[in-house]
Write a protein that binds this ligand. Sequence first.
Ligand code: PEP
Length: 260
Amino acid sequence: MNKIWIGTNWKMTKSTEEGLTYIENLIPISEQLSSRIELFVIPSFTSLIPLQDSLAQTRIHLGAQNMHWENEGAYTGEISPKMLQEIGIDIVELGHSERRQYYNENDQDINKKVHAALNSGFSPLVCIGENIEQKNFAISRETLAMQLKTCLKGISKDQAEKVLVAYEPVWAIGEKGVPADPAYVSYIHHFIREVLEEMFEESSFNIPLLFGGSVNQSNFLDYIHSPHVNGLFIGRAAWTTQSFENILTVLNEQITHNYL
Ligand code: PEP
């Protein structure tokens, strides 16, 4: 796959003012990057409108962290696809492990959201990953296959080409996360690719597979050089423009020198 997807989910960390400052710094950096890099940021809902204004003439894709599957209804506290369409986002992140863990989202819910996202013109960024118990019981592959087959059930081959998948092992995410071995990541990505191929045949080759979970300035090159990894989904290590810039600059150099 020619494109390299790099993005960050800010979770619940930045005010709109902080987000705007971050974006002001990121825009000139993005302009220096190879066209092979697809860059995205996923802020909180409250920042989407002002950030969309700032990003309108740029190559940085804007994403939302979640979405309901219905366009309207009695769902207090939720945001609908229609509301996100009004803003004009590109990507909607679905099934992050924190949504699954704290808000009981399951694969069937995520499947409804994936359909709603595709019908609304967004690229769903579907997060999957096994937890530590599943890894220790050696059922990572079974867990991931079940997540993929449920979350992406009923998606046509054409629609599949708009989907992004992020493999984020739950045990690798966040402050207490243990960084995954790049060889393990590569092995799992290969497996995910096989499941996607079984589901969507040749269309599956257009689905980028991103890796996320404690990616940082010291390890990102190991992951991006791992076979079957098409991008990185970064949390903490991309929350300052300085550290994100460091990662992006090195990636860009690697592309310029044909190392990637
Ligand atoms: C995440 O939560 O999706 C994530 C990748 O976070 P971090 O990089 O901080 O582990």
